[in-house]
Design a protein around this ligand. Structure first.
Ligand code: FE2
Length: 138
């Protein structure tokens, strides 16, 4: 497995993040004519990754999973909003757009995913975890 830039110590997450990083790394060397296809390829992989990550969190009973899922939905909304149209795609614009999306993904991994990985790895303060949960039966 290649190692992601931000290793989190959860093999499933690290493997997926490394795959996404390699896809974004292809942007500069991808021919203009192939950029839209790469965009759609990355978007599909992000969707599949989020599905796997959410299943992992659900199995583990991760705290604030609804907030994490919302962050995923918001990020996917950005992919939809920035998705290139059918005609007249400016390759330079699309490369900039992909760089922005890469930064969004990196920001997500370094923040929300980092907290989740600490929970999954058992290194998150239990008192903090308890405080993160919504009151039950209230
Ligand atoms: Fe995530």
């Amino acid at each position: 497995m290649s190692h992601p830039a931000i290793p989190l110590g959860v093999p499933e997450m690290d493997a997926d993040h490394a795959v996404l990083e390699l896809m974004f790394e292809r942007v500069p060397s991808t021919a203009d004519a192939d950029l839209v296809a790469l965009y759609l390829e990355i978007e599909a992989e992000v969707i599949a990754h989020f599905d796997r990550e959410e299943a992992l969190m659900e199995r583990a009973g991760a705290p604030v999973i609804h907030c994490h899922k919302t962050q995923h939905r918001l990020l996917l909304d950005q992919f939809v909003a920035m998705r290139p149209g059918e005609t007249s795609v400016d390759p330079a614009d699309l490369r900039r757009t992909l760089r922005i999306l890469e930064e969004y993904v990196e920001g997500h991994v370094g923040s929300v995913d980092r907290v989740t990985s600490q929970f999954l790895g058992g290194t998150l303060d239990p008192a903090m975890v308890a405080a993160l949960r919504l009151p039950e039966g209230g």
